[in-house]
Design a protein around this ligand. Structure first.
Ligand code: AGP
Length: 623
């Protein structure tokens, strides 16, 4: 939701923090801010609307010095208070003793404010509309007489309800305190310097061994002399004394963080899919009749094989992958599988317990609703499994076992390679379970594995023939309304195509099972409303073809995603986009790619900010 970065060390703290914030803009970018410690009792802040480029411009305009040895910074996705400079972080406590940046939501901020005002706090303390500013006042309000910042933070956070990843700069001493609950925070300890950030991306170009904080963790970083290592101490609210946390090696090259010559991160990530799907298969898709190698699932394997029911919980694109997962699991293993929006699952008192498996799908591994759904499942005794991209993320650690999709860093807010990574992981899961259960005959098993092995090259083929997709996008760029239709595993693909288009081009787009057209949506068909059919040569082809003809009969423009060599399309289909043939269950890995490119082209034609669409953020770490 927001990105936060802190630095303590001998280099130019302000510059390092701004650079770090620019790597986190996919988390939020409606405003940004920086505080630099100048020396005992002296600090300066600069804040701006927009992202870090505007912050840098503002700093230059104000002659703001980026020097200093301690700094904290923030890039915001507004939750409380409109995007504005006054609501931008850092926020300062009423007595000027601390500056604070925060990612999350303080749910009981109003009660805390009432408590402070009842004890004499003046309304004039509040200069913004944010919950974060209340937290800054609250920490100082809790500081015991003569107490340290660490004392104040421990007392204050004990009363806070909500999610936070927070960096607090102590103005008198330059000490930095970091703390987290539900919102992620990572730390890198280098030579004479310490980096703290919402995730590893701003840190790995400096330090590759990353500590991911646990809930309740508090870190105290005391700056020392220029050539001395800062003092770093780790605590946890629930424990006395210091705690230990293991670092994980994060292999991430800085060039992975660039656009690689593409116009947008999203297009770069679309084009990476032949490689990322291959990476997801590597070492897992074993040859011939041997089992699928999913080492990360060892602990849950017996539970999966004898599961009464598998509940998939996810949000957005990951939920679409989950719908495909249902088809894969039920078709190949005959184990019942339900798919829920995580935000629905967690509040509907679901029928889940021991004997069930709850499978959480998440690219970021930080989505609040998905994490909460998994926590509920754990409380009810179900077995947790994660299908996650970000190593060490909250959901992957909460699940304790699962499959990493290995899609690499996904910066574009619209998820693309993570989706095909999730579907690939779900294919491996369903195949592996079918092999163990014997629910798939050996021939079919080996055939499906062999076909899966060809998918990365087939995705590359799709990417080499984008002409028809671009033509379809150009023809319909001005359309205000779109329909996406598909049956079976192609219906979740239609949902994904509609989501991609709406979230980056802001056109209205909705998806239905093609068989649903007659039950209302066909009323939308008119010459200005293109209908995209996801129509691979599978068992549903004939039925979907009838639906396509019903659209043509009402002068609705049609874009058809079909299997190469398909010659049975009626006259009048405006744009035909071919993908290579593959097994029906694997077709989403191919048919989704033209829809990703279609959305990207329409959005680009409309001069939308593809990588940072309005109102969105990459990781929704608040409810
Ligand atoms: C996908 O294009 C969206 N950006 C969004 O729906 C995303 O899939 C959703 O927020 C879930 O995120 P997660 O996979 O990180 O949990």
């Amino acid at each position: 939701m927001c990105g936060i970065v802190g630095y303590v060390g001998h280099r130019e703290a302000g510059s390092i923090v701004i650079e770090g914030l620019s790597r986190l803009e996919y988390r939020g970018y409606d405003s940004a801010g920086l505080a630099v410690h100048r020396g005992p009792g002296v600090f300066e802040t600069v804040r701006s609307l927009g992202a870090t480029a505007e912050l840098t411009r503002q700093a230059k305009e104000e002659g703001f010095e980026l020097g200093g040895r301690v700094a904290i910074g923030h890039t915001r996705w507004a939750t409380h208070g409109a995007p504005s400079v006054r609501n931008a972080h850092p926020h300062i406590s009423y007595n000027g003793r601390i500056a604070l940046v925060h990612n999350g939501i303080i749910e009981n901020h109003a009660e805390l404010r009432r408590e402070m005002e009842a004890e004499g706090a003046s309304p004039s303390w509040w200069l913004s509309d944010t919950d974060t500013e209340t937290l800054a006042h609250w920490i100082e309000h809790c500081r015991p007489r003569g107490g340290s910042l660490l004392d104040a933070v421990r007392l204050a956070l004990g009363e806070v309800v909500g999610a936070y990843a927070v960096l607090i700069l102590d103005v008198p001493t330059g000490e930095l305190i970091a703390a987290r609950r539900s919102s992620p925070l990572a730390i890198g300890i280098g030579n004479f310097e310490v980096f703290i950030a919402s995730d590893a991306i701003p840190i790995v170009e400096h330090v590759q061994d990353i500590i991911y904080l646990d809930d309740g963790d508090i870190v105290q970083v005391e700056p020392r002399g220029a050539n001395e290592v800062p003092n770093v101490r780790l605590f946890n609210l629930a424990e006395e004394g210091q705690v230990e946390r293991q670092a994980v090696r994060v292999e991430l090259k800085v060039e992975e963080l660039g656009r690689g010559g593409h116009e947008t991160f999203m297009m770069k990530e679309v084009c990476e899919q032949p490689v990322t799907v291959r990476d997801c298969l590597r070492g897992r898709l074993t040859p011939g009749d041997s089992p699928i190698a999913l080492g990360g699932l060892e602990a849950a394997w017996p539970h999966l094989l004898r599961a009464r029911r598998i509940h998939i919980v996810a949000c957005g694109t990951s939920w679409h992958a989950g719908l495909i997962g249902k088809h894969l699991i039920e078709t190949l293993t005959r184990i019942p599988c339900e798919v829920d929006y995580a935000s629905e699952f967690r509040y509907r008192d679901p029928i889940v317990g021991p004997g069930d498996v709850v499978l959480a799908i998440s690219q970021s591994g930080e989505t609040a609703d998905t994490r909460a759904a998994l926590e509920l499942a754990l409380e009810r005794g179900a077995t947790p499994v994660g299908v996650v991209n970000v190593v060490g993320s909250s959901i992957s650690r909460l699940a304790g076992c699962g499959i990493y999709t290995r899609s690499g860093v996904e910066i574009g807010v619209a998820s693309t390679k993570a989706f095909t990574g999730q579907v690939t992981a779900l294919v491996l899961l369903a195949l592996g379970m079918a092999h163990s259960l014997g629910t798939l005959d050996r021939g079919a098993y080996e055939e499906l594995k062999a076909e899966l092995d060809t998918v990365p090259d087939k995705i590359a083929e799709v990417l080499e023939n984008l002409g028809p997709v671009l033509a379809a996008a150009d023809a319909h760029t001005s359309a205000r309304d779109w329909l996406f239709l598909g049956r079976g595993v192609s219906f979740p693909v239609a949902l994904e195509g509609a989501l991609k288009l709406k979230e980056i081009s802001y056109a209205h787009a909705e998806a239905y099972p093609a068989g649903e057209m007659k039950h209302g949506p066909i009323a939308l068909v008119e010459p200005t409303c293109p209908t995209v059919f996801v129509l691979p040569g599978d068992v549903h082809y004939e039925k979907s073809l009838s639906n396509l003809q019903e659209v043509l009969a009402r002068s609705g423009p049609v874009v058809a995603i079909v299997t190469r060599g398909n010659r049975e399309l009626p006259e009048g289909v405006g744009h035909v986009i071919e993908v290579p043939t593959t097994h029906e269950l694997l077709s989403p890995l191919l048919t989704v790619v033209p829809l990703q490119v279609l959305a990207h082209r329409v959005a680009s034609n409309r001069d939308c900010n593809v990588d940072r669409p309005r109102n969105l953020a990459k990781s929704v770490t608040v409810e």
